[in-house]
Design a protein around this ligand. Structure first.
Ligand code: 6PG
Length: 244
């Protein structure tokens, strides 16, 4: 079951995402004593992460019980402008009292396969034996990719490994990404999609095309699409805020 929620603009999208992040954090901490989330990279989540550092959100989260992972990382150093970790540090981590040991970044500075192995070991040890992400935040690429799961990539078939190193031919660069397994096992998956440039990809995914983002089908929790009106395009006129 997936829910599409159309927000009027990017600010409203960030607000809605921040509200949900806090709600899910409070629920997980109350029920299980911790909140384990995988952050999305790229640029869309910046506004949400920044909102989480300000009231009323910041003091609503017991950051000492929050554990942050990443859905994917570029194979660059953590201070590289393209690093998803750096983006989260600049917008969120530097401004909330989250213990450093609760920040589980992907070591993009290592060789790709080594980075994937190190991250997989950390993630597996942390979620063992039967836990899973409370929340996975995802973005949507114009080609329908999500995390670093790109169209046509063999990693889309990967079921045993929870993390993979992928070479993105079109980007001429290596990435480390969660595979679909831990994403589809999550308690909650939320896509954040903003801007007219994403309209076509969103429509294709919502129409059921087997693009990578369309393969995100959580088996044990809800999937929510938070999109702004520009990204929704035609969807905004036909089914504003409908549940499917
Ligand atoms: C990344 C992300 C990627 C991103 C989409 C959308 O490392 O770039 O994981 O999947 O979420 O490409 O990116 P924007 O939010 O920048 O449009």
């Amino acid at each position: 079951m997936s829910t599409l929620i159309i927000l009027p603009n990017p600010d409203a999208l960030a607000q809605e995402a921040a509200v949900r992040f806090v709600e899910l954090a409070r629920e997980a901490i109350a029920q299980r004593g911790r909140f384990v989330a995988a952050l999305a990279g790229g640029s869309t989540p910046r506004a949400t992460y920044s909102l989480l550092t300000r009231e009323p959100f910041a003091s609503d989260v017991d950051w000492s019980r929050v554990h942050l992972f990443w859905g994917d990382e570029r194979c660059v150093s953590p201070d590289h402008p393209k690093s998803n970790y750096r983006m989260a540090r600049e917008t969120l981590l530097d401004y909330v009292p989250i213990p450093s040991e609760n920040v589980h970044r992907i070591p993009g500075e290592l060789a790709p396969t080594r980075a994937a192995a190190v991250y997989a070991r950390e993630l597996t040890a942390f979620l063992a034996p039967r836990d899973r992400f409370d929340l996975v935040l995802l973005g949507l690429g114009e080609d329908g990719h999500t995390a670093s799961l790109f169209p046509g990539s063999p990693v889309l078939e990967e079921r045993a490994q929870v993390v993979a190193a992928v070479y993105a031919e079109h980007l001429q660069s290596w990435r480390v990404t969660l595979t679909l397994s831990p994403i589809n096992a999550a308690r909650h998956v939320v896509f954040l999609v903003s801007g007219a440039a994403k309209e076509k990809a969103l429509a294709r995914v919502r129409a059921g095309e087997p693009l990578p983002a369309g393969l995100v089908r959580p088996t044990r929790g809800p999937l929510t699409w938070l999109v702004d009106r520009d990204a929704a395009g035609e969807l905004a006129t036909a089914f504003d805020g409908y549940e499917k």
